[in-house]
Design a protein around this ligand. Structure first.
Ligand code: FE2
Length: 253
């Protein structure tokens, strides 16, 4: 039985995310079906080969940390259902198929993000990115960041409003599909990074603190092509507590 932690302990953010129950673990798929105690009434035909054990998924999609409808009106249930149950689930399904029987199946998602290329990287990163993203939003979100994160945002961006303006511009103007990130370097300095497609700050040696999915599939049902409106509404549900936890955990490393 293989187990894959969502974040490795080597990552500064690992403790924070583990605390928030983000672990992604392999499913238990043991076949416990026993033989019948009753003898067959007729002579048995040549013994059939035992059925192959069901495949065990290496990587398992973590549950949403809230209900599908919990972020409404920012994101309504239909939007979240497609995003979580179709798109995010699809990345896990494709990834498990791609790594089956390969050395990559022994790596963590984070290791695949930094080491893999092509379809395995794309699906591993999208699996990780979305699991992280769900926790960047909360039904009780909004407000302002507190503690060291709030202080560092003031220091590195000149204030929360300036940070939100830069993050919003990055998210709105990112061409095509991708993600807007708040990330921190090893010196704890914060920066806003817009990355295309499945890319992740971990590949640049940065620690992800907060992200927003700007793939069209993230908002099209609720906002059609109005990405700017979607980004603007994100601030009403942003989970500063999760972001602050990621940053504080890193600061302890
Ligand atoms: Fe997405």
């Amino acid at each position: 039985m293989q187990r894959r932690e969502f974040l490795t302990s080597s990552l500064a953010a690992g403790a924070a995310l583990a605390t928030l129950n983000l672990a992604s673990r392999a499913a238990h798929a043991a076949d416990t079906k026993g033989a019948s105690a009753k003898a067959p009434a007729t002579p048995a035909t040549p013994t059939a080969e035992p059925a192959p054990a069901p495949a065990v998924d290496t990587f398992v999609q973590p549950p949403l940390p809230y209900s599908l409808a919990a972020l409404a009106p920012f994101l309504k249930e239909e939007q979240m259902n497609f995003h979580y149950n179709k798109h995010h689930a699809g990345y896990f399904k494709k990834l498990n198929g791609l790594v089956a029987g390969k050395p990559e199946a022994k790596l963590s998602l984070e290791e695949l993000i930094t080491k893999a290329q092509g379809p395995i990287f794309n699906n591993a990163a999208q699996a990780w990115n979305h699991s992280f993203f769900w926790n960047c939003m909360s039904p009780d979100g909004g407000g302002t960041p507190k503690g060291p994160l709030g202080e560092s945002i003031d220091r590195d961006f000149g204030g929360l409003d300036q940070f939100k303006k830069l993050f919003t511009e990055t998210a709105v103007t990112l061409f095509g599909s991708g993600w807007a990130w708040l990330a921190a370097g090893k010196d704890k300095k914060l920066q806003v990074v817009g990355l295309p497609n499945a890319d992740n700050p971990l590949r640049q040696g940065l620690t992800p603190v907060l992200t927003l999915d700007v793939w069209e599939h993230a908002y099209y049902i609720d906002y059609r092509n109005d990405r700017a409106k979607y980004v603007d509404e994100f601030w009403s549900k942003v989970n500063w507590e999760f972001a602050a936890h990621n940053f504080a955990s890193m600061a302890k490393a």
